[in-house]
Design a protein around this ligand. Structure first.
Ligand code: HEC
Ligand code: HEC
Length: 293
């Protein structure tokens, strides 16, 4: 009896050891996936200062690329995620006020953060969707930065991101997908050229690429599970889905009506600020896609 106990003790102890080693391994792997550094050449972009560019940048920031969705309505920082043992991610204050991180930014620092997802010190930024913003044309990226430089300074400080041990293990297991979008960016791709505005398939394709619809609705827009924990499925937007046969008018009405009702998981409030031309172009593009089940 004693011998059996002894042996089972050794086996159990061994198993426990294996589990602890595995957890430690995952912890280290998760840590290395959270803390990544980058050192790549950053494009020198001349940032315009004229009123039309600032206005274009403001509209894109508010209605299409959605900086406020994470950084807060006045861009002074907001909580993105906080769950005790997993950790927290806050999007920082990006105004020039106290507690802001952009007070000493150069134009290149703006480009590095938005287009590459990397901080001035070379750290890969958590959750900051650079793989989407990489699609911004040189002109539109310049306009967005021109606007950001005119945003009124607000004093506000949010906590620094902190991914705790359980969070790191979950990251290592892939529970949140890629948490450092800089990993998904082609850092050598040239700045895209401009796409002419208008109710065209081409402009619609561009808007969809910079608004990040694919991040939730899937690569082919045929439906997908958004990365945010607890989100409902994002439906099929191709003509094979339930939007098939919807007229441009009905599509626009849907966009605007949904914008009036707060939705936690689809950024309707922001997209409802799109112009008729933008919504029309997106409709054109979506209806041009091959129908997917
Ligand atoms: C999905 C959420 C999300 C969206 C949308 C988003 N950001 Fe961020 N952003 C973050 C988070 C989170 C951080 C902090 C990451 C970190 O510190 O690791 C961040 C960091 C930054 C930083 C600071 C980099 C530094 O020096 O530390 C800048 C600048 C920035 N974002 C600009 C923007 C702009 C401009 C937009 C819109 C074009 C935008 N962000 C949209 C989540 C977001
Ligand atoms: C952060 C994730 C996310 C992003 C980004 C996103 N969607 Fe959605 N979308 C959802 C979810 C979740 C639903 C289903 C729940 C709802 O309707 O709010 C949805 C629903 C929809 C619907 C269906 C409405 C209906 O009632 O049938 C349309 C149309 C739509 N999205 C279009 C778009 C377009 C176009 C874009 C890009 C400009 C986009 N979405 C970006 C998550 C997202």
């Amino acid at each position: 009896m004693k011998r059996v106990l002894k042996w089972s003790g050794i086996v159990l102890g061994g198993l426990l050891g294996v589990v602890i080693l595995a957890a430690l391994g995952l912890l280290l792997l998760g840590g290395s996936r959270v803390n990544r550094s980058y050192n790549m050449p950053v494009e020198k972009l001349a940032i315009p200062t004229d009123a039309a560019s600032v206005q274009r940048g403001q509209h894109l920031a508010e209605a299409v690329v959605g900086c406020a969705g994470c950084h807060g309505s006045n861009l002074a920082g907001d909580k993105v995620f906080e769950e005790g043992p997993i950790g927290r991610v806050y999007a920082p204050n990006i105004t020039g006020g106290q507690g802001g991180v952009t007070g000493a930014y150069t134009d290149q620092d703006w480009v590095r953060a938005i287009r590459h997802g990397v901080s001035p010190s070379g750290d890969g930024l958590l959750i900051m969707p650079a793989e989407v913003y990489q699609n911004l044309s040189a002109e539109d990226l310049g306009a967005v930065i021109a606007y950001l430089k005119t945003v009124p300074p607000v004093d506000n400080q949010v906590p620094k991101p902190d991914i705790r041990p359980l969070g790191r293990i979950l990251v290592a297991l892939g529970a949140f997908g890629e948490v450092v979008p800089a990993q998904l960016v082609d850092h050598t791709a040239p700045l895209p050229g401009s796409v002419a505005t208008g109710i065209t398939t081409e402009y619609g394709r561009y808007l969809v690429s910079i608004a990040g619809c694919q991040a939730c609705h899937g690569k082919e827009l045929s439906g997908g599970q958004p990365p945010e924990p607890g989100s409902p499925f994002a439906p099929n937007l191709t003509p094979g889905g339930r939007l098939g046969g919807l007229s441009e008018q009905a599509f626009a009405t849907l966009f605007r009506a949904r914008g009036a009702v707060e939705s936690e998981f689809m950024p309707w409030e922001e997209f409802a600020k799109m112009t008729d031309e933008e919504i029309g172009a997106i409709w054109r593009y979506l209806t041009s896609l091959p129908a997917k089940e």
